[in-house]
Design a protein around this ligand. Structure first.
Ligand code: GLA
Ligand code: ZN
Length: 683
């Protein structure tokens, strides 16, 4: 195991902080001074500054007012608080929009925005790139070597697409390059003979606009890839001056299952991964544990962009958000538990939006560490201070990495292709839900899977689950085969391997691209059930409910074994779950959306057969377990996301309770109260 590498050695532990907007309070130096005292009191050791501060830094074109920022960064540093410094490109000053209309984004209906909002620039605009470069150069020269500044926070939540002429031209050039200047190759890849959509020149291609093309699925996919790459190019242009004039690492804040950009592409250019988590705690559709599952999935996705390296929880609310239809408070206790979950999943930071509530505008009632009273005896302030204390106690965890041999594949190209696929259930294919279900079945058995893309290395895993891997990029089928041949276990589901990377259906049966040889089954037809309609799957003596999709399978290898069969409809008795040996490993195919218990039982069987077999332990309802390891210690986090008291499975080894210092012996069974937690270090 590698020795631990904390993200920020200056801190001597975990980072606790959040978005801080002194630029909104420049006429209140008394408040800015009080903020520092409040931060210290809450155990906050970092502030993210300047995220939307362009107007305060350059109020008129070429007129710079950095002095306030000098003071803020210095004062924070003098008080032991480190600055995460943002580039302000997330929102533009009015003067820029007024003078250079091209920086304003064009909507999918062709209309150019007027000034307003944020996150709505044209990423192709040479003028915007030049303005950003100028600003970032000044920031890097001025603060790049400041001992109080520890990280660049690029812009804010990059996202969206622009449909202006510049972007249209760039899309055409991007396509020309991708298809080697061969319009015939593009026509084939996009299957444009359909409805007479054949192009004769790259110059004829428009982005998929509201009043334009939507039926050419290959184009929809390429447009999203282009938008991702154009954003990545913009991001690299932002990074360039920062790297030229400073040695600080660079991050940008990602979002929850954001559909507009393939984060795998952006992640490559970043030093550290960070993201903004706003789970819908206590909503009225699911349990708190369900919300925790989705949150953990997102944490796992973030940590897996850079395996072995901690990530950052860049934003979260200390109490409630303001932008949901109904903005619920975090119930007492859930804040600490949610913060611990991030750390347990591999984050070395807990950060908030926002430190202090603004007085006006859209986010004035968004939760904050300090509310409009400015007091330190509020419930939120108290809970944040408790987290500050908790994080200090957990300092040794900084730099350690999650340890797992299981992975779930989640892929943006696949997601997009599934969303666009016209067939099955039109707008309700439930890709995310199915990913969560498999992820959670493994969690219930004490596992803590990574979430990786289909093109990442499969090294180090012994079980990979690829839910609904509809689109197979070149080489993926072969790599999955190699993984299994070398002893791995692969779980696939309905909708596997239907189309290639440009959404052309594989000829010769699904799963295509040679994958049938691995699964030992062919998916001949796909039945879609109505909401509420069910079928059943009989596995030995157990009958499980199943819903939504039922693939009709034929066995394509004499070695394929049927584990479960449909119980109803004209395909009653036909295979629904199969297993096929391949090389030293095995491939399991689940042709229908079975209930969770079926997945748990299935994975339980697979874990006990895996190359590193162990007796799977079913965790009590609501409980999750995470592990982080460094050179000589394993940290195990037990988190109870239920309102019930629970008794944990027997501790596997002697350890130390990190929060009380008490020694706990192997075999002892601890209890956790509602929203309780236990963090132990191996001894
Ligand atoms: C996002 C943004 C923040 C803020 C929060 C509010 O994550 O990055 O600027 O608007 O949402 O929840
Ligand atoms: Zn544009």
């Amino acid at each position: 195991m590698q020795p631990q590498k904390p993200l920020f050695p200056q801190l001597g532990g975990l980072l606790h902080g959040g978005d801080y907007n002194p630029d909104q309070w420049l006429d209140r130096p008394d408040i800015l001074e009080k903020d520092i005292a409040l931060m210290k009191k809450a155990g906050i050791n970092s502030a993210s500054v300047g995220i939307f501060a362009w107007s305060a830094l350059e109020p008129q074109e070429g007129v710079y007012t950095f002095e306030w920022m000098d003071r803020v960064i210095d004062r924070l540093y003098e008080n032991g608080i480190y600055t995460v410094l943002a580039t302000p490109s997330g929102a533009r000053p009015v003067w820029m929009d007024e003078k250079y209309p091209e920086v304003r984004r064009v909507r999918p209906d062709g209309l150019r925005n007027i000034h307003g909002q944020r996150h709505n620039h044209c990423m192709s605009s040479p003028i915007y790139r030049q303005k950003v470069r100028q600003m970032n150069t000044l920031l890097a020269k001025r603060y790049g070597s400041h001992p109080g500044v520890i990280l660049w926070h690029l812009s804010n939540e990059y996202g969206g697409a622009c449909y202006c002429d510049l972007c249209r031209k760039k899309f055409q050039e991007w396509l020309r390059k991708k298809y080697h200047d061969d319009i015939g190759a593009l026509n084939h890849a996009w299957w444009t003979a359909f409805w007479s959509h054949t192009y004769t020149s790259f110059d004829q291609i428009d982005p998929p606009m509201e009043h334009g093309e939507h039926s050419v699925l290959g184009m929809l996919l390429d447009w999203r890839r282009f938008t991702t790459e154009n954003t990545a190019e913009f991001m690299r242009a932002e990074i360039e001056p920062l790297r030229q004039y400073s040695k600080l690492p660079v991050t940008t804040n990602f979002m929850w299952m954001y559909g507009g950009l393939d984060y795998h592409t952006l992640a490559k250019d970043l030093d550290i991964i960070s993201w903004d988590a706003y789970p819908r705690w206590h909503n009225n559709e699911e349990t708190v544990y369900d919300t925790a599952t989705q949150t953990a999935f997102n944490h796992s996705l973030m940590r897996s962009f850079k395996r072995g390296q901690p990530f950052m929880l860049m934003e979260s609310t200390p109490s409630q958000v303001n932008w949901m239809p109904f903005n619920k408070l975090k119930r007492p206790g859930i804040h600490a538990l949610a913060c611990l979950q991030a750390v347990a999943c591999g984050s070395d930071t807990v950060q908030y939006f926002q430190f202090r509530m603004g007085r006006g505008s859209f986010e004035q009632f968004h939760g904050a560490v300090v509310n409009h009273t400015g007091r330190d005896d509020t419930r939120t302030f108290r809970e944040v201070s408790e987290v500050g204390q908790l994080l200090r106690t957990l300092s040794p965890v900084a730099g350690s990495s999650p340890a797992t041999k299981k992975a779930v594949i989640y892929d943006w190209d696949n997601r997009w292709a599934i969303e666009d696929m016209a067939g099955a259930a039109k707008n309700d294919k439930k890709y995310h839900e199915v990913c969560y279900e498999h992820f959670d079945a493994l969690r219930r058995l004490g596992e803590d899977p990574d979430v990786i893309s289909s093109t990442e290395s499969f090294d180090g895993y012994d079980l990979i689950c690829a839910p609904m891997l509809y689109l197979l990029k070149p080489g993926v089928a072969q790599r999955l085969k190699d993984f299994v041949a070398q002893g791995g276990t692969l779980v696939t589901t309905w909708l596997t391997g239907y189309v290639n990377e440009t959404t052309l259906a594989f000829l010769g049966g699904f799963p295509g691209d040679g994958l049938m040889e691995l699964t030992g089954v062919e998916a001949e037809e796909l039945d879609t059930l109505y909401p509420g309609q069910t079928n059943g799957v009989q596995v030995g003596d157990e009958r499980y409910e199943t819903a939504q999709f039922c693939e009709l399978l034929s066995l394509r290898s004499p070695e394929t074994r049927v584990l479960g069969s449909y119980t109803q409809d004209f395909y009653q008795g036909q295979p629904a779950i199969t297993i096929h040996p391949y090389g030293k490993g095995k491939s399991v195919h689940i042709a229908t959306r079975v209930e969770k218990q079926c997945l748990i039982d299935l994975y339980s069987g697979l874990l006990s057969m895996s190359p590193s077999p162990k007796e799977p332990v079913l965790l009590p309802n609501g409980v999750e377990v995470h592990r982080r390891v460094n050179a000589d210690t394993q940290y195990t986090f037990y988190l109870n996301f239920s309102e019930e008291e629970v008794t944990l499975p027997a501790l596997p080894r002697d350890c130390r309770d990190m929060l009380t210092g008490e020694r706990l012996s192997a075999g002892s069974r601890e209890t956790l109260g509602a929203y309780g937690y236990l963090v132990v270090a191996s001894v």
